[in-house]
Design a protein around this ligand. Structure first.
Ligand code: SDX
Length: 427
């Protein structure tokens, strides 16, 4: 068995090495504290694998992303969002019959109890859509109190179908409630993404040609966001689920982790950044210099990644899709030009090159969402919709993993050593 040898003072311990299916190596430190009394310290878990997983492999140096062996480029050009959802959840691309059955299982759950709509009237108009979506998903879980056992694989599968079916409805309801519009019911049997667009922007009658073009683009975007290893929000889903909490609680945790501007919230930040650069005369050099200035809190949103030290392959696909969609919809968005210029300048600048800062999945996605008519502050709800199959698959994998233990990291205490009580009169 290959091993690593660690010496701490006079003590030397051997730690087993684990090799993944594509050659990655991990040092198994499960026995470290028992054998040495020491723990590891790893800021942001940048060097720590929290689990082994069969779902997704990201090679940050090479800019490679695969789901169960299939490259994101092949999936983006050949598969649909629900095909990728099936791949992640069940380990294989579905046959035609399996896909029909999978879609059918989702469509069985297109009803959402109207009581959930009280969530949208319980918050002020300016509540952020991610805040509202997380509240709605948490409330949704309350409607299945008799079917929430996270250790029952059939219940987890049923609730996975429920969430895939209802999340787009909740997003659309939140939007229409804020706009003061009547809700539109999903059209039974209609395409998943086209139905979502109809519920968002339509009148519930039929799905027109423009909506079909938009649906194809959005389907591809959702697919590109489906899973990405142990990112912040997925780790949140696993951590919450590891205590035995139910699936709705875990997904709610994922939604709020994703809402942060350093994670899924970046797609909204990018659009706002591009708009302010455009309003400021389009001087990209000024903003490149601001991003490099350590005294300036400004960051180039949509750039940089904890894992990718090369192009994020999703960003490449999304940029191509953005150009295609804007052409097909006849939309001329000056912010795309600003984004292209910004990318070009950054990739020529030593600061970004030395730190291997490349565009990530969030850099171009907002251009498409905006062209499809989504309000900027709803962009991250679309990231959540795309990431849902990944969260569900990671939760399922965690629950079926025999070594599934509650997440409980250690720490190094740096506070006051034990000291005597200090009476009030002596303080
Ligand atoms: C997503 O993990 C995933 O897989 C996430 C995701 C997924 O699919 O789930 O891919 C989705 O979250 C993409 C990332 C979206 N976030 C952003 O675009 C926000 C802007 N980017 C960053 O804030 C940053 O790059 C992170 C948060 C993405 C990564 O942060 P790290 O790995 O902790 O890197 P760091 O902050 O330590 O930065 C290293 C250096 C620093 O400079 P030095 O101290 O070495 O001089 O790079 C600099 C940083 O200042 N830097 C940036 C920068 N990102 C990093 N400088 C300017 N602009 C930036 N965007």
């Amino acid at each position: 068995m290959p091993e690593a040898v660690l010496r701490i003072g006079e003590k030397e311990v051997s730690l087993p090495l684990m090799t993944g299916s594509v050659g990655e190596t991990a040092v198994d430190i499960s026995s470290l504290r028992d054998e040495t009394g020491a723990v590891t310290l790893d800021d942001g878990f940048a060097n720590t694998a929290e689990t082994a997983s069969d779902l997704t492999f990201v090679d940050g140096e090479a800019g490679v992303l695969i789901h169960r062996g299939y490259t994101i480029e092949d999936l983006a050009s050949e598969a649909s969002f629900l095909e990728v959802a099936h791949l992640l959840l069940f380990g294989a691309l579905p046959t035609k019959g399996e896909l029909e059955s999978f879609v059918g299982s989702i469509q069985e759950h297109l009803h959402v109890d109207s009581a959930i709509r009280n969530v949208f009237s319980a918050v002020p108009q300016d509540a952020h859509p991610m805040q509202v979506l997380g509240s709605a998903v948490a409330a949704l879980g309350g409607h299945y109190a008799d079917d929430l056992d996270p250790n029952d694989p059939e219940s987890v599968e049923r609730n996975s179908y429920r969430l895939i079916a209802k999340l787009p409805i909740l997003i659309a309801w939140a939007h229409r409630a804020r706009e003061g519009q009547e809700i539109v019911d999903p059209i039974p049997g209609a395409d998943y993404v086209a139905n979502f667009l109809e519920m968002m922007f339509g009148d519930g009658g039929h799905i027109d040609e423009q909506e079909q073009i938009a649906a194809k683009a959005l389907d591809s975007l959702l697919l590109l966001h489906a899973d990405h290893g142990q990112n912040c929000s997925t780790s949140a889903v696993r951590l919450v689920g590891s205590s035995g909490a139910n699936l709705y609680g875990a997904i709610t945790g994922g939604i709020f982790a994703l809402s942060g501007p350093l994670h899924g919230g970046a797609n909204q930040e990018v659009l706002e950044m591009l708009a302010s650069i455009s309003e400021d005369g389009g001087d990209v050099d000024k903003y490149i210099n601001r991003a490099k200035d350590k005294d300036d809190p400004f960051r180039l949103m949509g750039f940089g990644h904890r894992v990718y030290k090369n192009f994020d392959p999703r960003a490449n696909v999304i940029r191509t899709t953005a150009e295609e969609v804007l052409n097909r919809l006849g939309v001329d968005d000056p912010l795309l030009d600003v984004a292209v210029q910004l990318q070009k300048r950054a990739l020529e600048d030593d600061y970004f090159v030395e730190r291997k800062l490349f565009p990530n999945v969030d850099f171009f996605s907002g251009i498409i969402y905006r062209a499809l008519g989504f309000p900027v502050d709803m962009f991250t709800t679309l990231f959540a919709l795309g990431r849902l199959p990944g969260w569900l698959s990671q939760f399922k994998e965690m629950k079926t993993d025999s070594s599934n233990r509650i997440f409980r990291p250690r720490q190094i205490y740096t506070g006051e050593p034990k000291r005597a009580w200090l009476p009030m009169e002596e303080r």
